[in-house]
Design a protein around this ligand. Structure first.
Ligand SMILES: Cc1ncc(C[n+]2csc(CCOP(=O)(O)OP(=O)(O)O)c2C)c(N)n1
Ligand SMILES: [Mg+2]
Length: 692
């Protein structure tokens, strides 16, 4: 049956295409001696139908803004995606959004599945392979992120569509398995999607009753369909994963359904076609083995010895399906966008800027400047003022909190900011509810849709957001996480609410920028820096309590924040003998200690260090100018785990930080108990200088 000369019917070509996806997946896993063959074998008909019959996606331009999105949330089944990206001839795009001639995934990449530098890695990786809409692998993250994509599409349509100009009307299709639906993050996200009535969102649930340990009856016996009905979803069922027409029909029902997201429960057989392995956990993540591969290929009517075979007619069949439909849709859209630009030039240019992750002209106009003030203002309050200015200057900056808006001060309060709800999809205040896990994934979804998005909660609950923060760093997304109550400032709430190890653990995350500004003007500069990021996520750790606003005519300008750390204060004429390094609420403490030391004739310097990562990226010369290698007497002060500060204070320095959890008490008492007092800082400085 391979490379047959006789013309084939469409039904035969459909089947041939499905089996090509299956056998490419089998062969790739076999060659790599690792991977997950069973689910691609089962879901090839679904992915085939969705891509070739339904999705509006142009393989020639995988970043066309109005394309339908495809999320493979069960990322272990990545061979589904590599097969379909290859067979559709999807082209590669680079980091500057230039369309390259070469294929996104070549047959050679598939032969080198899971090998170094292959464009067919173990799991779907955004940024590494064009056509991947989001990185998946940690189960539940893909489905949760897709809710952000659906929110983004609603928001974009509300702002930019005009009568006769449906600039944004794409849909989001998601494939997920038992694992995704067991994960709590998926429940949070599904609950919110139901509440928001996101009818542009379709999850297809691979109901195969199998996970790694065996039958789902071991641990997962709930009625998923009823659960989703209760969330307010439209729930459909397709009883045979091999029935292309039924799958297509269900996807059609999704597209007709208004006011609710759709879940399609698809009954499938993992390892379909493998005589000894189908319906078993063994098909999940083991190569089938030589003999089983032969038997399986025989059952598909496939040449048993052929490997990585793409029969004649298959690529053409994809070209005639998704290729033709996608090209037509994109051509029509491009023409439409041309007339839109003529009629609505400002809106069109916003869309273009947003797509390139550029900022609009004047994005930082009217940012506040805070006058010196001993009583000062809380980091969160300064942040609220800055966010409200930025959100007015940057139309596509939006976000919200996990029910802590009034505490995080992230609510956008200006006239017309609005709340994002089913009936008001243009609102810029998102209400995530108490769902931090989903919130973080959703802001990633917004960010993947090219909006600038922030999510907020207490810093302590960054733990609940951490998996998606990690993915934002891995995906190189400029997502913004606003975390307030950054240390012991919420004193009486006690150790459950006082972060200790959070800064250290986030600083350990590659690619993530953490910033802990020390006064209101540093908050402004922190945002100025963060807004200009294109490929890095940022965490802002902000104080609950007021911090003195430093007199910048006495101390160095807060623009030093853009270098991660800077000399805030020196002894007369420079040349310090001892350096105090601090971030956040401890900056003013260091300044006080500095005053005491100077009064005693001790030559002390204060370095404000809001961001390790930014500082580490400065030149050696700059870093040495801030922390001269000859000055060994150094004291770091930070109300957080001491972990890691050795790298700045060296082996002869001292760190005043936390080595235990906090306690429930007023802040003043905590500062005393844990030793965050100017005299103690000064005493350590003197001790290092041998003056005590
Ligand atoms: C958060 C998370 N936990 C655990 C895993 C490891 N893991 C990968 S696949 C899998 C089983 C998934 O079962 P299911 O979604 O039903 O996939 P199927 O075997 O049916 O394809 C597990 C536990 C993971 N990838 N992510
Ligand atoms: Mg399963």
């Amino acid at each position: 049956m391979t490379n047959v000369a006789a013309p084939m019917t469409n039904a035969e070509l459909d089947q041939l295409s499905v089996n090509t996806i299956r056998t490419l997946s089998i062969d790739a896993v076999e060659r790599a001696k690792s991977g997950h063959p069973g689910t691609p074998m089962a879901l090839a008909p679904l992915v085939y139908t969705l891509w070739n019959r339904v999705m509006r996606f142009d393989p020639a331009d995988p970043i066309w803004p109005n394309r339908d999105r495809f999320v493979l949330s069960n990322g272990h089944a990545s061979m589904l995606l590599w097969s379909v990206l290859h067979l559709t001839g999807t082209r590669a795009v680079n980091a500057d959004y230039e369309r390259l001639g070469q294929p996104s995934v070549s047959l050679e990449d598939i032969r080198r599945f899971r090998q170094i530098d292959s464009k067919a890695p173990g799991h779907p990786e955004y940024h590494w392979v064009s056509g991947v809409e989001t990185t998946t692998g940690p189960l539940g993250q893909g489905v949760a992120t897709s809710v952000g994509m659906a929110i983004a599409r609603k928001w974009l349509a509300d702002r930019y569509n005009r009568p006769g100009f449906a600039i944004f009307d794409y849909d989001i299709y998601v494939v997920c398995g038992d694992g995704c639906l067991m994960e709590g993050v998926a429940s949070e996200a599904a609950s919110l999607a139901g509440h928001l009535g996101l009818d542009n969102l379709c999850w297809v649930y691979d109901n195969n009753h199998i996970t790694i340990e065996g039958q789902t009856s071991l641990a997962f016996t709930e009625d998923v369909a009823t659960r989703f009905l209760a969330y307010g979803w439209n729930v459909l069922r397709v009883g045979d994963a091999n029935d292309l027409d039924r799958i297509q029909q269900a996807l059609g029902v999704f597209r007709e359904t208004k006011g609710r997201p759709t879940l399609i429960v698809l009954d499938s057989h993992i390892g379909y076609g493998a005589p000894h392995k189908h319906d078993t956990a063994a098909a999940h993540s083991e190569p089938l083995g030589d003999e089983e591969v032969r038997l399986t290929k025989r059952s598909y009517g496939w040449p048993e010895d052929a490997q990585f075979l793409v029969p004649d007619g298959v690529r053409e069949h994809f070209a005639a399906g998704v290729g033709a439909r996608g090209a037509e849709a994109r051509t029509r859209w491009t023409a439409l966008f041309g007339s839109y630009r003529a009629k609505y030039p400002e809106l069109a240019s916003e869309i273009e800027q947003m797509q390139r992750r550029d900022l609009p002209a004047g994005w930082d106009r009217s940012l506040p400047v805070f006058p010196a003030d001993a009583k000062g203002i809380a980091g969160r309050d300064a942040s609220g003022k800055v966010l409200n200015v930025l959100a007015q200057n940057i139309p596509w900056l939006l976000g919200g909190s996990a029910d802590l808006g009034p505490s995080n001060k992230t609510t956008l309060t200006y006239e017309g900011a609005g709340s994002f709800q089913a009936g008001s999809p243009g609102g810029k205040n998102l209400h995530f509810g108490i769902r931090e896990h989903a919130m973080a994934a959703i802001v990633n979804g917004l960010s993947l849709s090219k909006l600038r998005a922030f999510g907020a909660t207490f810093f302590i609950f960054s733990d609940y957001a951490r998996p998606a923060i990690r993915l934002s760093a891995l995906m190189e997304l400029p997502t913004i996480f606003v975390f307030t109550h950054d240390a012991m400032g919420d004193g009486e709430d006690g150790p459950t609410h006082q972060p200790v190890e959070h800064l250290a653990s986030l600083r350990a995350m590659p690619g993530l920028i953490t910033l802990r500004p020390g006064d209101a003007n540093e908050v402004v500069e922190a945002y100025r820096y963060v807004m200009q990021l294109r490929h890095e996520p940022a965490v802002l750790a902000l104080s609950r309590q007021p911090l003195p606003t430093l007199d910048r005519s006495v101390y160095a300008a807060a623009t030093g924040v853009a270098r991660g750390a800077y000399v805030l204060a020196d002894p007369p004429g420079g040349n310090p003998d001892v350096i105090l390094i601090a971030s956040g609420s401890e900056l003013s403490l260091a300044v006080e200690a500095h005053g005491k030391l100077l009064a005693e004739g001790i030559r002390a310097r204060v370095v404000s260090m809001p961001s390790w990562e930014i500082f580490d990226h400065q030149t050696q010369a700059y870093r040495d100018s801030v922390l001269p290698p000859t000055v060994k007497a150094r004291v770091a002060i930070e109300q957080a785990s001491t972990f890691g500060w050795e790298r700045y204070v060296g082996s002869s320095g001292h760190v005043i930080g936390m080595t235990t959890f906090g306690a429930s008490a007023p802040l003043k008492a905590l500062q005393k108990k844990f030793g965050f007092e100017p005299d103690r800082v000064a005493a350590f400085a003197k001790e290092l200088l041998g003056k005590r």
